[in-house]
Design a protein around this ligand. Structure first.
Ligand SMILES: Nc1ncnc2c1ncn2[C@@H]1O[C@H](COP(=O)(O)OP(=O)(O)OP(=O)(O)O)[C@@H](O)[C@H]1O
Length: 318
């Protein structure tokens, strides 16, 4: 992803009312031995949630009311179950290869709905990165149509597509894609600055997200001064800063040890179950299917089969 694309993705509008109050609970997923933040057992330091519409100077009033957020989500989810967030309609991706062309995707039909935890599973070369770029509206199909929130993305100007994509999708990559010259806090601040968020509030929000991912004491470190797991946690905090309904992750645990990888997956699972976020993971790793509500098996550029899973539905989905 280029810097321009990252910046485009960050130009988005924040809906503070919808944001992440249950993320405090995600901190519970964290193995105590890994905690880098100054968070105490009671989670006291997480109580100043700057995303909360009811946030005030008083820590006692700082949380969004859990019940009201859940009912809001439930309403949206049941409405949006009728219309896919993302739809791929007979999508082909054909790369020119000298005299002959190579079809990396061949007639993909896929609808992705709000609240799903979708795992796209396939072996090397099956077309996973190609489909991820199309699902994330980072690339256009050679044939067929990709709809984002019912908009045919090929009909949008690049700037308009970047704006809508930025509102809708948070990206997490195997290689983290942090900006190397910015420190941890600045990387998370970036999307908030592009929204022209008040600098004081933006810093509070970035600090809050870093606290949630357990990196309060690494605010001033450059990405090169972080471990792989810590970089991925910064990338997650950054992807959440704009509160997108969809998180799209490409092999998010590929460069991590299994313990850190499990933490990242539990965190994404929490976002899905507690926040109703739509999670899409593209991977070759069979281990990840245990989190899925639906598995899309891809091979040689085609969908081999789609499996519904008997996992608990996200809270709020009826
Ligand atoms: N720019 C390109 N030009 C030509 N062929 C390409 C191009 N990009 C990808 N391909 C081919 O398309 C097919 C699918 O590639 P893709 O990167 O989507 O696979 P993948 O499933 O993500 O693989 P991996 O897990 O190894 O990353 C492969 O055969 C690849 O060689």
């Amino acid at each position: 992803m280029t810097l321009t694309e990252i910046i485009g993705a960050f130009k988005t509008k924040l809906n503070a009312l919808n944001l992440l109050n249950s993320l405090e609970k995600a901190a519970d997923f964290y193995d105590e031995s890994d905690i880098d933040s100054e968070m105490d057992d009671s989670g006291e330091t997480l109580k100043n949630n700057p995303y909360s519409s009811s946030c005030s100077a008083s820590a006692n009033n700082a949380f969004v009311n859990n019940a009201s957020v859940k009912s809001l989500d439930a309403e949206n989810v049941s409405e949006n179950r009728k219309v896919p967030l993302i739809k791929l309609n007979d999508v082909w991706k054909i790369y020119p290869m000298g005299e002959s062309d190579f079809a990396a995707l061949r007639g993909i039909n896929l609808e992705i709905y709000e609240g799903e935890f979708l795992v796209v599973l396939g072996p090397s070369g099956s077309g996973k990165s190609t489909i991820m770029n199309l699902i994330g509206c980072l690339d256009l199909p050679s044939k067929g149509t990709v709809f984002l929130n019912s908009c045919d993305i090929s009909e949008l100007e690049e700037s308009e597509l970047a704006r809508i994509r930025g509102q809708m999708i948070g990206f997490i990559f195997q290689s983290f894609n942090l900006i190397p010259t910015l420190n941890t806090l600045e990387n998370v601040l970036l999307p908030l600055e592009f929204q022209e968020e008040d600098p004081h509030t933006a810093r509070k929000k970035a600090a809050y997200l870093l606290e949630i991912v357990g990196l309060s004491n690494k605010k001033h470190n450059l990405p090169s001064q972080l471990s792989g797991g810590q970089r991925q946690r910064v990338a997650i905090a950054r992807s959440l800063a704009v509160n997108p309904p969809i998180i799209l992750a490409d092999e998010p645990t590929g460069n991590l040890d299994s313990k850190t990888g499990n933490y990242i997956l539990e965190f994404l699972d929490g976002l899905n179950k507690k926040e109703g976020k739509t999670i899409i993971i593209v991977t070759h790793d069979l281990e990840l299917v245990k989190y899925a509500t639906r598995i899309v098996y891809i091979r040689d550029g085609q969908i081999e089969k789609i499996e519904e899973c008997m996992r608990d539905k996200p809270e709020g989905i009826i």
